[in-house]
Ligand binder design. Structure first.
Ligand code: RP5
Length: 192
């Protein structure tokens, strides 16, 4: 059933199409920093960069490990604000201290993504990321790809506080999800 929602969907697609030029150019200053513990985390963390790209939000992405390269991780976090970064997304697996290490070295907001790369399927990383001591918060997402996608979405919401255009696109994104649910409900109900 497209009728009632068709105009809205067209409007939403027009908004997103407008931003599809949003393939990030080298000149665009990154607003979001994505860091992961290993290149083996990229498959999961790509869900964060994909959604940022959809919204036309510029990001930078790198590997740094809280345990294997603590100095690199500290330097990257310490200099993030002067690079123009406003939000950091940190993903790591196993005893995942990367997001917490980021939070220790910068006052920027940190979003943590527990990666399901260990025998414990990310439960270890979830606890290590979420159980921060009072005073040093990490906004911890769900384990794995859904968490990485939500990390990107939360970063968009944070940036949208000071960007009306981004806020409008985020509203359209939410409306688009609601329209899709309506369509699924209709399809399911009609199949009964
Ligand atoms: C963690 O160890 C990383 O975040 C990754 O999830 C996991 C495995 O790393 P590799 O051994 O694949 O480099 O620090």
């Amino acid at each position: 059933m497209l009728s009632a929602f068709a105009p809205l969907r067209e409007k939403i697609h027009a908004i997103f199409k407008f931003k599809e030029g949003g393939k990030l150019s080298a000149q665009t200053k990154p607003q979001v920093g994505i860091v992961m513990g290993s290149d083996s985390d990229l498959e999961v963390m790509k869900a964060a960069s994909d959604i940022l790209q959809e919204f036309g939000v510029a990001f930078e992405m790198t590997v740094a490990s809280a345990h294997r390269s603590p100095q690199r991780a500290a330097n990257w976090a310490t200099t993030a604000r002067e690079r123009g970064i406003k939000v950091i997304i940190a993903g790591a697996g196993h005893a995942a201290h990367l997001a917490g290490a980021m939070a220790a070295h910068t006052s920027l907001p940190i979003i943590g993504v527990p990666i399901d790369s260990s025998c414990l399927q990310g439960l270890d990383a979830l606890l290590a990321t979420v159980q921060m001591p009072p005073g040093i918060p990490v906004a911890t997402m769900a384990i794995g790809k859904p968490g990485a996608r939500n990390a990107g979405i939360l970063a968009v919401q944070i940036l949208a506080l000071a960007d009306d255009d981004l806020a409008a696109r985020f509203e359209a994104f939410k409306q688009d999800m609601a329209v899709k649910v309506e369509q699924k409900a209709k399809k399911l109900e009609e199949s009964l």
